[in-house]
Design a protein around this ligand. Structure first.
Ligand SMILES: *[C@@H]1O[C@H](CO)[C@@H](O)[C@H](O)[C@H]1NC(C)=O
Ligand SMILES: *[C@@H]1O[C@H](CO)[C@@H](O)[C@H](O)[C@H]1NC(C)=O
Ligand SMILES: *[C@@H]1O[C@H](CO)[C@@H](O)[C@H](O)[C@H]1NC(C)=O
Ligand SMILES: *[C@@H]1O[C@H](CO)[C@@H](O)[C@H](O)[C@H]1NC(C)=O
Ligand SMILES: *[C@@H]1O[C@H](CO)[C@@H](O)[C@H](O)[C@H]1NC(C)=O
Ligand SMILES: *[C@@H]1O[C@H](CO)[C@@H](O)[C@H](O)[C@H]1NC(C)=O
Ligand SMILES: *[C@@H]1O[C@H](CO)[C@@H](O)[C@H](O)[C@H]1NC(C)=O
Ligand SMILES: *[C@@H]1O[C@H](CO)[C@@H](O)[C@H](O)[C@H]1NC(C)=O
Ligand SMILES: *[C@@H]1O[C@H](CO)[C@@H](O)[C@H](O)[C@H]1NC(C)=O
Ligand SMILES: *[C@@H]1O[C@H](CO)[C@@H](O)[C@H](O)[C@H]1NC(C)=O
Length: 843
């Protein structure tokens, strides 16, 4: 179809325009909503609807009715769409929800009631929502939790009540029934005081409570005693540093996995940050604390000693410039500085953190440039993440292994420059090394990874690496993942660089400007599962590159310059392949690649982004989708080819036949064009003798010398004597022979029967007889001739009465008889000229 589309685009386009506008008119007139997924997903935003459009099908699972003036949800309001899973009623002016409004929506999982002035919620308003997991009632004038009739929603996991007017944290009794509740969001309400007993109804220890942006002035001592939270967020809750300090003191007895404290960028209320500020946390059981957006926090010296009891400390978006030495007895295991203002890696100050397992200093792009490696004593450090800074680092593996001997993860991605001098001794425990988007020195020209024998994962994508030496990856005996997109190879050719990476499972060599891959380049990678060669300049790909990759499931070849895959290349694709991306190549859609097109059409299950496999050439098919390419157009020309081949064969055969039967044809032409007068004309000869040249002697002696000298005298037509020179032999046979002679004498000898020419003459004579009723044939059969053959040759002609059948034997008596019979046969029908009569009388 696209092929014909390409051939007559004008018509195709106007047709599709008609279809398009018709379907638009249709949806507009019948259904004002946007049909995102027909039958399932409808978007009816801002259409001034006062109810559900009548033609929303009952199979609809997702319905967006936001910004319509629905005002009141009466009972059975949604009975038309019982299959709903997602319902968005944002800003629908709903002020009242009556009993059973959501009746029948037993599959509804997400209900959004944001920005409605919900004044009246009838007691059974949310009846029947037996699958509801997320209820979002943000900014909806809710002032009391106990007025929310949601106690029966036992499947509820998330309750978002932020930006309402709730002024008390006292959880109503019904909360104890919400046993799977995970998130209670009370952000930006009006809770200012928290009392003992407020959280008694908390259903589980796994709830995340967001109290951020409530102006908390008072927390009764022990309000949180014995309370467990997954996470507690108290950002922007305290009007001053002093109030925060006092409030935290009253959190005594709280258990929380993750506590978030701090301000917001635009609401910074903490005016100072001093050491005692967080002292209250000494009485809180914490796994992790995040101090976020605190612009008055400049040095780690002002952090409370209590923090050193917390396993994980995160400092995010603070103004920390200085890291002072941490106390020796600190039990921090994970420390993160993210988006702070550190100017150097504070390796020295951190050396005391004997328990430290994970250190992340990330996203300080404008500040962090210095890296003085002096990580003395971080014996337990396993993960060092220094990504997204502006570091310039020299990594000497030997000293690195001494400082942080147990390091397994090193992330130096998105930095300025990392140099990896090849010097090395021993084997590092490093397993993951991420250097992407960081300019690398040495790598490519020298073996930089010699002592990383345990490395599993290496990412050097977009690190300006130019691979020159075959030994660039020497030493990486256990490497399973190698990502090096955006690198380049000497001569834009991939050769033996990966030979020893026999355990490799994932290889990304996209955007490497590769023009050629040597067939044996990947031959050793028997475990390879994913191979990404996209965004290169491959014009072709030798199937030998992948034929041995028996574990390969993903092969990405998109954005190359392949014209097609050959039949061999298709056959050699590993059977394990599940994902093949050939999009954005320069496909040649000429019929030479018919096998490929057919293969592509039949393998759309593994072909990814097949919609972007488009023809590049020939010009008239440019941008036609390959999988919808009309294969039959190739069949047509195939039949044309077949037809022309057949025609040619017929012509050749015809030519051969013409060549072989030239005489027959010529004879037929002459016969058909002969004029009847010529047959009537005077016969010049009494008989035309046809014979084999081998029998010339016999003819001369027995016919010429007996018939032409005796009385009556006969005139014979003998080819060697009577044929007109310079005229074609066939013309002579017909004109001089048959047409000018009354009779034909055929001298049948063994030679005669063997000669094709004589046989032809005999056939002509016989057909001549058929045309000319008077013509007669005298057959002279010589000695030694197989009679049976003669009979077969003559067929029915032997029995014609006007024919004479004579047998010649070389004996005096029989010769005499023969001569008499011959003469009388020739005499039959002879008319004598006067001259001849005179001559005879004289004799
Ligand atoms: C919305 O519909 C009501 C009637 O249902 C009509 O009065 C009002 O003008 C409409 N508003 C807009 C903006 O079309
Ligand atoms: C949905 O509507 C169709 C007719 O439009 C009806 O046949 C079918 O029973 C309805 N399904 C439900 C679940 O109501
Ligand atoms: C609810 O979902 C279940 C399972 O997906 C389905 O079988 C059932 O028909 C749905 N109920 C309605 C009213 O659509
Ligand atoms: C819940 O409320 C918070 C605070 O207003 C908001 O940031 C968040 O996106 C809301 N969640 C959903 C699912 O609407
Ligand atoms: C606890 O809550 C988290 C999300 O906050 C959830 O992923 C986890 O499954 C919950 N655990 C239990 C035991 O409910
Ligand atoms: C902490 O609790 C004590 C004792 O109940 C109380 O006097 C004090 O005001 C509380 N502090 C704050 C900030 O609520
Ligand atoms: C660490 O030692 C200091 C004294 O040097 C002491 O005050 C503090 O309580 C200790 N902290 C821990 C977590 O042991
Ligand atoms: C390294 O850090 C970058 C940026 O933060 C991140 O995207 C990447 O996943 C990290 N690498 C590893 C191996 O964790
Ligand atoms: C591959 O390994 C062999 C022996 O393990 C070693 O001799 C050879 O130099 C290595 N070649 C490369 C290119 O790493
Ligand atoms: C291959 O790499 C390209 C560019 O780096 C990326 O867009 C694509 O998603 C990768 N393919 C697979 C299968 O991961």
């Amino acid at each position: 179809m696209p092929r014909s589309g390409a051939l007559c685009p004008q018509r195709f386009m106007s047709f599709s325009l008609v279809v398009l506008s018709w379907s638009q008119w249709r949806t507009r007139s019948l259904n004002p909503c946007l049909e995102v997924i027909p039958g399932t997903v409808y978007r009816c935003m801002e259409l001034n609807l006062s109810g559900i459009p009548s033609d929303i099908p009952n199979s609809t699972e997702s319905l967006d009715l936001s910004f319509n003036p629905l005002k009141i949800l009466t009972s059975n309001y949604f009975s038309q769409v019982p299959a709903l899973r997602f319902l968005d009623l944002t800003r629908c002016h709903i002020w009242k929800i009556e009993d059973n409004a959501f009746m029948g929506l037993c599959n509804l999982s997400v209900l959004i009631l944001t920005a409605n002035p919900l004044h009246i919620l009838d007691p059974w308003a949310f009846q029947d929502l037996t699958s509801l997991q997320r209820l979002i009632v943000v900014e909806s004038h809710i002032s009391r939790l106990d007025r929310l009739p949601i106690g029966h929603l036992t499947t509820l996991q998330e309750l978002n009540l932020s930006n309402n007017h709730i002024d008390s944290l006292r959880l109503p009794e019904y909360f104890s029934q919400l046993i799977v509740l995970q998130l209670l969001n009370l952000q930006a309400n009006k809770i200012s005081s928290i009392f003992v007993g407020d959280l008694d109804a908390l259903p589980s220890q796994n709830v995340t409570l967001v109290l951020s942006k409530n102006y908390i002035k008072y927390i009764e001592l022990n309000s949180f005693s014995g309370v467990y939270f997954q996470e507690l967020s108290l950002r922007g809750c305290f009007e001053s540093s002093a109030l925060m300090q006092a409030s935290l003191q009253n959190l005594t007895g709280l258990h929380v996995n993750h506590l978030v404290l701090g301000d917001y960028r635009n609401i910074a209320r903490l005016e100072t940050f001093n050491k005692p500020l967080l002292d209250g946390l000494c009485h809180v059981r914490l796994q992790e604390i995040t101090l976020i957006q605190i612009s008055v926090l400049y040095t780690t010296d002002s952090l409370s000693d209590c923090l050193h009891n917390i396993p994980s400390v995160r400092l995010v978006s603070t103004d920390i410039k200085e890291v002072t030495p941490f106390p020796k007895n600190s039990s921090i295991r994970q420390l993160e500085f993210k988006n702070c203002k550190l100017r150097g890696v504070p390796a020295d100050s951190l050396s005391s953190l004997k328990e430290l397992r994970v250190l992340r200093i990330t996203k300080n792009p404008r500040y962090l440039m210095r890296y003085v490696e002096d990580f003395q004593g971080l014996q337990n450090l396993e993960t060092l993440d220094l990504s997204e800074n502006t570091l310039i680092v020299n990594i000497y593996w030997s000293s690195f292994m001494e400082e942080v001997p147990n390091l397994k993860h090193l992330n130096l991605s998105f930095n300025s420059k990392v140099a990896l001098p090849p010097e090395c001794s021993g084997v590092s425990k490093l397993e993951y090394l991420d250097l992407q988007q960081t300019r690398l020195g040495f790598t490519g020209a020298l073996p930089s990874f010699l002592c990383l024998g345990n490395l599993i994962y290496l990412d050097i994508s977009h690190s300006s690496t130019h691979i020159v030496t075959e030994c660039s990856f020497c030493g990486l005996d256990n490497l399973r993942v190698l990502k090096m997109a955006g690198s380049s190879f000497e001569g834009n050719q991939l050769a033996g660089n990966f030979k020893n990476l026999t355990k490799l499972q994932i290889l990304d060599i996209s955007s490497c400007q590769l023009k050629h891959i040597v067939p044996s380049a990947l031959a050793q990678l028997h475990d390879l599962r994913e191979l990404n060669i996209s965004h290169n300049k491959l014009l072709s790909l030798d199937p030998k590159v992948y034929v041995h990759l028996h574990a390969l499931t993903i092969l990405d070849l998109h954005s190359n310059q392949l014209a097609a895959l050959t039949a061999q290349a298709l056959e050699d694709l590993p059977t394990s392949l599940k994902y093949l991306d050939l999009s954005w190549n320069l496909f040649d859609c000429s019929c030479d690649h018919l096998i490929f097109f057919r293969w592509a059409t039949n393998h759309q299950d593994i072909l990814k982004h097949a919609d972007f496999m488009v023809c590049h050439s020939p010009l008239d098919l440019k941008d036609v989708r390959l999988v919808s390419f009309d294969l039959s157009s190739c069949h047509v020309s195939k039949t044309t080819v077949a037809a022309s081949v057949t025609t040619l064969l017929v012509l050749v055969l015809f030519a051969i036949l013409v060549y072989k039967y030239y005489f027959h044809l010529y004879y037929m032409v002459v016969l058909l064009s002969r004029d009847h007068h010529s047959t009537e004309k005077e016969h010049t000869y009494d008989a035309f003798v046809i014979y084999s040249s081998e029998d010339q002697e016999w003819v001369t002696k027995e016919l010429e010398e007996t018939l032409e000298v005796g009385v009556p005298r006969f005139r014979l037509c003998l080819y060697y004597r009577d044929f007109v020179p310079g005229v074609s032999i066939i013309t002579n046979i017909i004109k001089e022979g048959f047409q000018s002679s009354r009779k034909v004498i055929a001298v049948v000898s063994t030679h005669f029967l063997e000669s094709r020419w004589c046989n032809f003459e005999l056939e002509v004579a016989q057909s001549w007889q058929l045309l000319d009723s008077k013509a007669s044939l005298v057959l002279v059969v010589l000695e030694g001739v197989d009679k049976a053959v003669v009979r077969r040759k003559l067929g029915v002609f032997r029995y014609l009465r006007r024919n004479t059948y004579l047998v010649w034997r070389d004996r005096e008596l029989t010769r005499h008889v023969f001569l008499r019979q011959l003469k009388s046969a020739l005499l039959d029908g002879k008319t004598w000229t006067e001259e001849e009569l005179k001559l005879m009388l004289n004799n």
